[in-house]
Design a protein around this ligand. Structure first.
Ligand code: PEP
Length: 245
């Protein structure tokens, strides 16, 4: 069986402060050494001065699809990498819904991130209506195809996040069995692009993960960690989630 290193990623969204960064560093630095990889994705303004620790890495929540030039307000992959980001979240449902991140843009951003030697965490998930209509797998297959069909070589450099949209920030979590079923589907589906990479790719779960529900989710065979929003803003709770992976 392929051993995949667990990844617990904090998505601060547009929250946090320098003080929270310091608290987070103090709390996470006290965690015992383990195989779990910990990642913090704060708002990009905090990246440069985020206290450093060998206990966690830093990432960004978005990246420009362009290399450089007249793109006011955008930040390039090379700039993020220079500021200390080793990962970048791409295609989060909030970006898809609120900022027009289409599958085409998600693919372009994924390529840019990898070219800058960052690991993209590419997010996919279905709406509540799609789930109720039993279209979850169909919707995911379409989105996965949009990124990986023409570029299967990107898979070996990616982390996939399964984030059911109905579970993000709602307090409603997919049950461990529901999440496992989708993670297993994604892994099997990805085999058609690159069998070895599909076995190795980490598929993390996001959607109201907290200290109470995380252990049962992370115990599932195809759930390789979590993308944590709200609970990542509470250092003690986030540390507990990291410990349970
Ligand atoms: C997220 O932001 O990706 C997320 C899953 O948020 P929350 O944990 O708050 O649902």
């Amino acid at each position: 069986m392929t051993q995949r290193r667990p990844l617990i990623a904090a998505n601060w969204k547009m929250n946090g402060s320098c003080e929270l960064a310091v608290q987070c560093c103090e709390t996470l630095s006290q965690l015992p050494a383990s195989n779990t990889e910990i990642l913090i994705c704060p708002p990009v303004i905090f990246l440069n001065d985020f206290p450093k620790s060998d206990r966690y890495q830093l990432g960004a929540q978005n990246v420009s699809s362009e290399v450089s030039g007249a793109f006011t307000g955008e930040i390039s992959a090379d700039m993020l990498a220079a500021a200390g980001a080793s990962y970048v979240i791409i295609g989060h449902s909030e970006r898809r819904a609120l900022f027009g991140d289409t599958d085409t843009l998600v693919l372009a951003k994924t390529k840019r991130a990898i070219a800058a030697k960052m690991t993209p965490i590419v997010c996919f998930g279905e709406t509540l209506t799609e789930r109720q209509q039993e279209k979850t797998m169909q919707v995911l297959a379409q989105h996965l195809d949009a990124v990986y069909a023409a570029h299967p070589e990107l898979l070996q450099h990616s982390v996939i996040a399964y984030e059911p949209i109905w579970a993000i920030g709602t307090g409603e979590t997919a049950s461990p069995a529901q999440a496992q079923a989708v993670h297993a589907f994604i892994r099997t589906y990805l085999k058609k692009y690159d069998d070895a990479a599909a076995s190795k790719v980490r598929i993390i779960y996001g959607g109201s993960v907290n200290a109470e529900n995380c252990a049962a989710l992370f115990a599932q065979p195809d759930i390789d960690g979590g993308l944590v929003g709200g609970a990542s803003l509470k250092p003690a709770e986030f540390a507990a989630i990291c410990l349970s992976a």
